[in-house]
Ligand binder design. Structure first.
Ligand SMILES: Nc1ncnc2c1ncn2[C@@H]1O[C@H](COP(=O)(O)OP(=O)(O)OP(=O)(O)O)[C@@H](O)[C@H]1O
Ligand SMILES: [Mg+2]
Length: 471
C-alpha cells in the first residue's frame, strides 16, 4: 500500500482541482464582459459549476476516507469530457487529438477519471509550443484498458522524471506541482498504474517527447462489479441524496437520480438491486416509477420514501409490491440502513402457479367469513374458511385471505402467518378499519393488497379481491 496522503496535501490537491473550473468560469465571464453581445455558453458554465460541486463532494469523501462510487463506463466518456473541459478561452497550447483503438470499458468514477485525464492533458499542452501536438489514445494491452496522453513538447529531464509524481514538484512559475500527485492518487483508487511510457509505444513518427500511460486492471474491474449490489436513490432534494451516499455508498454501488425521468432513464440502461424513491417528485412521481418497475422489472425491489404519508398511497404501495414505505424525516437513519440491508439480502419469493381454485380464508367471525366466501364464489373460486391456522402443506391454495383481526395471530403476526402458511401464494389482508398500521404491516409482510372488509357490499369486495389477487 502507498502511504496515505496527509490532510494538508489532500486539501492542497483539492484546491488545485477546483482552480481549473474556476479559471474556466472566469475566462468565459471575462469574454462576455468584454463583448456583452456575445451569448453566454450557459451549459459550459453550468458544467464547470457542477465540476466544482463534485470536487467538493469528493474532498468530503476523501477526508472521511470513503471509497469513490464506481461504475462500468466507457473510457471515452471521461476522456471526451476532459477534452471539452480543456477548451477554455485564452488557454495556450494545442487541443488534443483523440484516437480510440479499442472502445474499452473500465470500472471507474466518471468525475475522478475526468480529472485524471484533464491534468495529463493540461500538462501536455503546457509543455507544447503554439504549434505543438497533443494526442490521447484509448486502447488495451492484452485484456487491460489503457489510456495514453502524449505530446511532442519540451520532454522531461531524467532528474525530474525521478520525482515528478511527488506533490509540489513543479518547474512552472504558476504551477503548484500537484497535478500529477492527484493523477497518481486517482489511479491508485482505481487499482490502475500511472507511469511514463517509452515514446515508441505509440508508433508515431517522429516519436512523441513524453507519453503518460494509465493501465487499468481488467480483472479486478469485473470482480468488483459482481460483488457490490446496486442501489438507485431518487430524490429531488440534494441533501437526501447526499445523506444516502454517506449512509450506503461504502457498501453498495450507489447511483443517484434527481427526478423520476432520470430514474426511468437509468432503469433502462443498467440493472439495479434496489430502488429508494421519493414519492413526491416533480413530473414523474415515485408511484409512476413504481408502476414502471412493476411492469418492466418485476423482480426489482423498491422502497418509497415520503414526507407526506397517506393511507391511499400506502395501500397503493402494497398493491405495487413495494418492499417498504419510509416516512421522512427519518427518526434514525441507521434503521433505514438496516432495512436496506435486509431488503437486499432477502430472497424474492417466487409466486407459485396455482393448481386449484381453492382460497384459504382465515376469519373467525362467522358472519364475515360467510360474506368473504360469497365474494369468492362470485369469482368461481372455492372458499375454504379456517378458524385456526393450519399449514397448507404440499396442497397449496391458489390464494389466501387473512383477516387483520384473526385470532390468535392478530395484526402483523397474522400477516406473517399468511405468508408462512402458504409460501409463494398471493394473499390479501382484510381489515375492518383500514389504518396506516394495517397497510404498512401488510406491505412489509408481502401482501398483494390490504383491503377494507366492505361488509355491506359483497360484489364490491369480490371485484377488489379479483383485482388484487389477479383471479
Ligand atoms: N507532458 C509533460 N511534459 C513535460 N513536463 C511535464 C509534463 N507533465 C509534467 N511535467 C513536469 O512535471 C511537473 C509536475 O507536474 P504537475 O502536473 O504535478 O504540476 P504542475 O503542472 O507543475 O502544476 P499544476 O498542475 O498546478 O499546473 C511539471 O511542472 C513539469 O515540469
Ligand atoms: Mg499540472
Amino acid at each position: 500500500m502507498e502511504p496515505k496522503t496527509s490532510p494538508e496535501v489532500l486539501a492542497a490537491e483539492v484546491l488545485h482541482e477546483v482552480r481549473q473550473p474556476l479559471l474556466s468560469l472566469k475566462a468565459w465571464l471575462q469574454l462576455v464582459k468584454e463583448d456583452p453581445t456575445r451569448a453566454l455558453p450557459v451549459d459550459v458554465l453550468l458544467a464547470q459549476v457542477a465540476r466544482i460541486e463534485h470536487l467538493v463532494n469528493d474532498f468530503t469523501r476523501l477526508a472521511a476516507n470513503r471509497p469513490a462510487h464506481r461504475e462500468k463506463l466507457k473510457l471515452t466518456v471521461p476522456v471526451r469530457e476532459a477534452i471539452a473541459a480543456a477548451q477554455r478561452p485564452g488557454q495556450p497550447g494545442p487541443l488534443p487529438e483523440l484516437e480510440v483503438v479499442f472502445d474499452v470499458e473500465v470500472l471507474g468514477n466518471l468525475g475522478l477519471l475526468q480529472q485524471l485525464a484533464l491534468n495529463l492533458i493540461n500538462n501536455a499542452r503546457d509543455a507544447s509550443g503554439k504549434n505543438g501536438r497533443v494526442k490521447v489514445v484509448i486502447t488495451r494491452e492484452g485484456v487491460k484498458p489503457v489510456l495514453y496522453v502524449a505530446d511532442w513538447g519540451s520532454g522531461i529531464s531524467p532528474e525530474l522524471r525521478a520525482k515528478i509524481f511527488e506533490p509540489f514538484v513543479t518547474t512552472k512559475d504558476t504551477g503548484t506541482g500537484l497535478g500529477l500527485a492527484v493523477c497518481k492518487r486517482i489511479a491508485q483508487e482505481h487499482h490502475a498504474t500511472l507511469d511514463l511510457a517509452p515514446p515508441q509505444v505509440l508508433s508515431e513518427t517522429p516519436p512523441p517527447s513524453t507519453v503518460f500511460r494509465v493501465i487499468f486492471d481488467g480483472d479486478t474491474a469485473a470482480h468488483t462489479t459482481a460483488k457490490r449490489k446496486a442501489v438507485l436513490v431518487v430524490d429531488d432534494e440534494a441533501v437526501i441524496r447526499l445523506m444516502f451516499k454517506d449512509l450506503l455508498g461504502k457498501d453498495y454501488d450507489l447511483v443517484e437520480a434527481a427526478t423520476g425521468e432520470e430514474a426511468l432513464q437509468l432503469l433502462r440502461t443498467r440493472p439495479f438491486d434496489l430502488v429508494l424513491c421519493d414519492k413526491n417528485l416533480p413530473g414523474v412521481s415515485g408511484l409512476d416509477v413504481a408502476l414502471d418497475i412493476r411492469k418492466n422489472h418485476p423482480q426489482l425491489k423498491m422502497m418509497l420514501m415520503t414526507g407526506y404519508p397517506s393511507l391511499l398511497t400506502a395501500q397503493q404501495s402494497v398493491e405495487l409490491g413495494l418492499t417498504d414505505y419510509l416516512t421522512k424525516p427519518f427518526d434514525d437513519i441507521r434503521i433505514v440502513r438496516e432495512k436496506v440491508r435486509a431488503a437486499l439480502s432477502a430472497p424474492r419469493t417466487e409466486l407459485r402457479k396455482a393448481t386449484n381454485r381453492r382460497v384459504d380464508v382465515y376469519e373467525d367471525n362467522p358472519l364475515t367469513a360467510k360474506q368473504i366466501a360469497e365474494a369468492l364464489t362470485l369469482l368461481n373460486m372455492v372458499p375454504n374458511v379456517l378458524t385456526e391456522a393450519k399449514p397448507g402443506g404440499a396442497d397449496a391454495p391458489a390464494a389466501v385471505v387473512m383477516s387483520w383481526d384473526f385470532n390468535p395471530a392478530h395484526g402483523a403476526a397474522g400477516v406473517a402467518l399468511a405468508r408462512q402458511l402458504a409460501p409463494g401464494v398471493p394473499f390479501v389482508v382484510l381489515a375492518e378499519h383500514l389504518t396506516m398500521d394495517s397497510a404498512l404491516e401488510s406491505l412489509r409482510g408481502g401482501a398483494a393488497a390490504c383491503l377494507p372488509k366492505l361488509l355491506t357490499d359483497v360484489k364490491a369486495l369480490s371485484r377488489e379481491l379479483q383485482r388484487a389477487l389477479r383471479l
